[in-house]
Design a protein around this ligand. Structure first.
Ligand code: AMP
Ligand code: MG
Length: 349
């Protein structure tokens, strides 16, 4: 049986990624480049897009070289269709469609949030866990969502009402003069601190971080040690996230919990999620960092699922159908493979 090879391009925000994955779920390459905003600034979408178009040719070449794949071996091209920053999304989509047209292969549009969950399930299975139908806490620079499958779609069972948690951490660190990205800096400082008390805001199944951010900045300006404020910021924000994840798991009666997104690299958050899972008799899995942050392999792998379920775009329809969706909601994405968990597990042998 011949192996299908997919090249996936991720370009929703500050990271650009190219992954090469087979239909057996083997990751042949997964390379990245990151746009770094000017000091004191957040992501400038147009500058990030320029960075991506500059870096993409070399990154693509490196991905194929690492994978040991020639262009003619590629059977499918996938791209991140959204949600994300318009200028950044368009760079990835344009490159993907040009590549697919040149190679005369189909093009698979992928929902970025679905891809985070699918690569997480694949990684969990490859680590020997039987993860079919998890509740996922997806925490990154641009997203904070609790996702689970219900009635054939991934749906949002909790989310942030204002800032994504990664953005909140990055904003705090920028305002206190720490380098970007702030999450790892805050983690490092928090390990040496005693948490200060900060406002905890959970509303039903959702969280809100702006009050926490403001209060943390105020405590720092009033003279609290940065280490202590960082510790308080982490403990409070993560406890809120754990609470809404636990609520979704309880409501849905699920016993698998997946932690993913760039913020999943945080050891304290991972520990708190595992403790919560253990207390409920559930199993938790933290997706390894190279697959948890935005990456091309997750787009390539989900592209394979999209294609296997008849949802890719044939070459002659690419020019009119290869669009981007800046506000692509996760429950708009058709995920027929996930609606039959046992079947997709079979297809991964
Ligand atoms: P992503 O958007 O998925 O690429 O993830 C990027 C986000 O993850 C940024 O907001 C980072 O600050 C955050 N991040 C990365 N490492 C850590 C960490 N160890 N602790 C907390 N946040 C982190
Ligand atoms: Mg992401």
């Amino acid at each position: 049986m011949s192996t299908m090879i997919c090249v996936g391009i991720e370009s929703t925000a500050e990271k650009l990624g190219v992954g090469v994955v087979t239909d057996d779920g083997e990751i042949l390459a997964n390379v990245k480049a990151q746009y770094v905003p000017p000091p004191g600034s957040g992501i400038l979408p147009r500058e990030a897009a320029e960075h991506h178009s500059r870096e993409l040719p070399e990154l693509l070449e490196r991905a194929l070289k690492n994978a040991g794949v020639e262009p003619e071996d590629i059977d499918l091209v996938a791209y991140s269709q959204g949600p994300g920053l318009g200028p950044c999304l368009r760079v990835g989509a344009t490159a993907a469609r040009t590549l697919a047209l040149a190679l005369e292969v189909p093009l698979a549009p992928v929902n970025h949030c679905v891809a985070h969950v699918e690569i997480g399930k694949l990684a969990a299975r490859q680590d020997g866990l039987d993860f079919d139908d998890p509740v996922t806490l997806y925490v990154s620079g641009g997203n904070t969502q609790v996702l689970a499958l219900k009635a054939g779609r991934y749906r949002v069972f909790g989310e942030t009402l204002d800032l994504p948690v990664g953005n909140m951490l990055d904003t705090f660190s920028r305002k206190v003069g720490l380098p970007h990205p702030g999450g790892p800096e805050i983690e490092r400082l928090a390990e040496k601190g005693e948490p200060v008390e900060l406002p905890y805001t959970v509303r039903g199944t959702d969280v809100s971080f702006s009050g926490l951010l403001t209060a943390a900045l105020r405590r720092y300006k009033q003279g609290d040690r940065l280490e202590d404020v960082c510790a308080g910021l982490q403990e409070t924000a993560f406890a809120m996230l754990v609470e809404i994840t636990e609520r979704a798991a309880a409501q849905l009666g699920r016993d698998e919990i997946l932690l993913t997104g760039g913020v999943a690299a945080n050891r304290r958050l991972s520990e708190m999620i595992h403790e919560m899972a253990e207390s409920r008799g559930a199993e938790a899995y933290t997706v390894p960092q190279e697959l948890a942050g935005d990456n091309g392999a997750m787009i390539a792998w989900t592209g394979i699922l999209v294609h296997e379920h008849g949802l890719s775009i044939p070459p002659d329809e690419i020019p009119e159908k290869a669009i981007v969706k800046q506000r692509y909601r996760v429950d708009e994405a058709s995920v027929p493979w996930a609606a039959h968990p046992s079947r997709s597990a079979d297809s991964q042998r």
